[in-house]
Design a protein around this ligand. Structure first.
Ligand SMILES: Nc1nc2c(ncn2[C@@H]2O[C@H](COP(=O)(O)OP(=O)(O)OP(=O)(O)O)[C@@H](O)[C@H]2O)c(=O)[nH]1
Ligand SMILES: [Mg+2]
Length: 342
């Protein structure tokens, strides 16, 4: 057998029958976890025909979405996000919730997921019927990580999950991602001298709706309480933000389970207060409008780059700008004129 025969690019496509958008949507609405997983994989595909199908599936699911509480769990690498999500997920399922877990984990892109694989799989949660876990949407996902997560949330909500937990590592971009997709941002921190001050300097207090000092067990119980007080003191320096709700600081442990109930109660209390103040709906509207603007810019950019005349000219102009032959502004004007002319 020749190599060309053994390496068959269509092998995967043949293994799974191709479905149309209605079949995907019907499966998702019937809470079929396999189809939900396959639909999210479809969102990650870069093939043009898959993109069109993914959009059609989204359009069919969107009217059924919006019903879940979207809680982002963020924090520096290793602060215990996955462990807490697993424990909280189990706690919620015991109380008849249906829980979807999505991770937007840039570190697993670097490590290929090998180091974090075990934790993101969340074995204690994955075996439960009311749980759906989807690790690490790739950066190639339709519209990037933030939009990819938004779309995955839409599909999970259409499948009837009423709590969506999103894990994001608190480094730069992904913190913004948490803000853009979640109703509530839960920031995990660890006990340690001066950490509250560091947090202020790095501007992370503003990102959080609720702060939890994680791993508050064993010898760490007393330092965690001290850290809780330090964060509470630090927060008094801040005015109440646009939510109108004061950030609460809690302690919790994924190992003992202590404080997991308090984290959920704080999330519930936050949601109720935000609904009463109107912030909850305003935040969702803001997210939809930001998402729309983002999508418009992306569509425009794709249309610009696929313009038949622009592709070749762009490279030549880029070289001319690089060599100093043309000014940047000049080159932009030339491209825009080409784009505007029919
Ligand atoms: N003592 C203690 N250790 C914990 C707790 N939660 C997590 N850990 C440990 O901390 C380490 C990191 O936990 P993860 O849950 O993977 O942390 P994470 O924030 O998801 O990590 P990344 O996804 O890599 O950023 C693991 O070795 C866990 O066993 C806890 O509540 N108490
Ligand atoms: Mg993790």
């Amino acid at each position: 057998m020749s190599e060309a025969q053994t390496i068959n690019p269509d092998a995967e496509a043949k293994a799974l029958p191709r479905l149309n958008a209605e079949q995907y949507a019907r499966g998702i609405l019937a809470a079929d976890r396999v189809l939900l997983g396959r639909a999210i994989t479809l969102l990650e595909s870069t093939l043009p025909r898959d993109k069109a199908l993914a959009r059609a599936v989204l359009a069919l699911c969107e009217p059924h979405a919006g019903g879940a509480l979207r809680l982002a769990v963020t924090g520096a690498p290793g602060t215990g996000k996955s462990s807490l999500i697993e424990r909280l997920g189990q706690y919620l399922i015991e109380r008849d919730h249906r829980v979807a877990v999505l991770t937007t984990d840039p570190s697993s892109v670097h490590t290929g997921g090998s180091i974090l694989g075990d934790k993101t799989r969340m074995p204690g949660l994955a075996g439960l019927d009311s749980a759906f876990i989807r690790p690490s949407p790739s950066s190639g996902m339709l519209g990037g990580v933030t939009q990819g997560t938004r779309h995955a949330i839409t599909l999970c909500e259409a499948a009837g999950y009423d709590v969506v937990l999103v894990e994001t590592v608190g480094v730069g971009q992904s913190e913004t991602a948490a803000r853009e997709v979640a109703d509530i941002v839960l920031l995990l921190v660890l006990a340690g001298a001066g950490d509250a001050l560091q947090a202020i300097k790095r501007g992370i207090m503003e990102v959080a709706d609720i702060i939890a000092v994680a791993k508050a067990d064993g010898n760490a119980v007393a330092p965690s309480r001290a850290a809780q007080r330090a964060y509470q003191r630090a927060l008094r320096l801040y005015p109440v933000g646009p939510t109108g709700i004061r950030t609460r600081v809690l302690t919790c442990s994924a190992i003992t389970g202590d404080g997991v109930d308090t984290v959920w109660e704080a999330a519930q209390a936050y949601k109720e207060a935000a609904e009463i103040s109107g912030y909850y709906a305003r935040n969702r509207a803001r997210q939809r409008s930001a998402h729309f603007k983002d999508a418009v810019l992306k569509a425009l950019c794709a249309d610009f780059l696929s313009h038949p005349a622009i592709g070749t000219r762009l490279e030549a102009l880029q070289a001319a700008v690089a060599s100093g032959e043309r000014s940047t502004w000049d080159a932009i004007q030339i491209l825009l004129e080409m784009y505007r002319s029919p």
